[in-house]
Design a protein around this ligand. Structure first.
Ligand SMILES: *Cc1c(COP(=O)(O)O)cnc(C)c1O
Length: 366
């Protein structure tokens, strides 16, 4: 959609949970189920969620899969009603939602314990949903191709970035031959990636909670992939960089590596004040209500030169998923996305358990 001459927005939130992770997750679910059916194996996926967008997307994508069971642990009464309902209104027998009397750390600890549980392994393989799975990136390549085809030529893409998966998918598309004018990774106040690309020093700081919660990442897992490409696929050199980072909490890039990184992507950090201002700006100027993640990716396109080619901002979630924050800025609740409005009166399925490994194990076996 064109907002101003040369300024486009690419809406990626029209899937079953109204966030862009739906797209790739559906591909991962279908591929996983196919592969397991072919080999006759079963898989149990165990995951903990604090109410982020990925877990709900996984529940929706894997519901009804023939060879996969999905167990999702969330902290009881500590995820928003919308996030909970996106998981618990699924009426599929292969999905078990466990509401744990405890916090997110308890859920994570329990999943770690379950993954080590020998008696669960008898039923088949165990796995966890993770954001570094290559198929999740591969599933995001098509939207850069599709957007470029719709525009009829190369564009600059501005990508709201957390783990750098979405942005890296664009870079992968370019490696495959897609003509582009470059990529801008827009991060929130968790700015390790922006500092790395702009200052040449990649350093860890504690994560800070932001309105764009799905981007509160301090060390983006897919950054390693970018560095690997920037070294000319030198595994030893890449390993040395990340070993230094793991040991010292910081690593400085050599000039040649920094030049290669900057050729692949530029990066900008948008703080909370600017995020709020952008939500207001989008509403005043274009009559659009945008989610805080989209708002992080929206200021850079307005500053970029659009006279030589189009700039596309990716829009990753429906604003009603983050209604409280949006309404704090605009003074009204966003209209719910149709898939979210439909959750209202559906029956929920979840089992409440104590934060105790034996209790959780018994529920799963039952
Ligand atoms: C996950 C997520 C992002 C960040 O994507 P990455 O691939 O982790 O960089 C942005 N917006 C929303 C709504 C998300 O859920």
């Amino acid at each position: 959609m064109e907002l101003e001459p040369g300024l486009f927005v690419l809406e990626l939130f029209h899937g079953p949970t109204a966030a862009f992770k739906d797209l790739a997750m559906q591909l991962v679910a279908a591929l996983t189920d196919e592969a397991l059916a072919a080999s006759g194996e079963r898989l149990t996926i165990l995951t903990a969620t604090s109410g982020d967008t990925g877990a709900a997307a996984a529940v929706r994508a894997f519901a009804g899969a023939q060879s996969v069971d999905l167990v999702v642990l969330h902290p009881l009464d500590r995820v928003s009603p919308v996030q909970r309902k996106q998981m618990t209104t699924v009426q599929a027998d292969n999905v078990l939602n466990l509401a744990v009397r405890g916090d997110f750390d308890d859920c994570q600890r329990l999943v770690k314990g379950l993954l080590a549980e020998e008696s669960l392994r008898e039923r088949g393989r165990l796995s966890s949903v993770n954001s570094i799975n290559w198929a999740r990136l591969a599933g995001q390549i098509p939207y850069y191709v599709s957007a470029t085809a719709q525009l009829g030529g190369p564009a600059t893409f501005v990508v709201p970035t957390g783990n750098f998966g979405d942005a890296f998918a664009g870079i992968a598309a370019a490696h495959m031959g897609l003509p582009t004018r470059g990529f801008v990774a827009a991060v929130n106040q968790n700015d390790a990636l922006a500092r790395a690309v702009n200052d040449g020093l990649y350093s860890r700081r504690p994560a800070i909670e932001s309105a764009s919660v799905s981007m509160d990442v301090q060390a983006p897992s897919n950054f390693e992939r970018l560095v690997y490409e920037a070294t000319g696929r030198d595994g030893d050199r890449t390993r040395a960089v990340f070993e230094t980072f793991a040991r010292d909490g910081a690593v400085a890039f050599d000039p040649d590596l920094l030049t290669a990184l900057r050729a692949a992507v530029s990066a900008v950090s948008i703080d909370e004040t600017e995020t709020r201002a952008e939500i207001a700006h989008a509403h005043e100027t274009w009559g659009r209500v945008v989610c805080p993640h989209t708002a992080v990716a929206s200021p850079p396109p307005r500053r970029l030169d659009r006279s030589t080619g189009p700039v596309v901002a990716l829009s990753t979630a429906h604003p009603s998923k983050f209604g409280a924050f949006v309404s704090d800025v605009l003074g009204f609740e966003p209209e719910p996305a149709p898939v979210i409005a439909a959750l209202g009166d559906q029956a929920e399925r979840m089992t409440i358990v104590d934060a105790d490994l034996a209790a959780v194990l018994a529920e799963i076996k039952a």
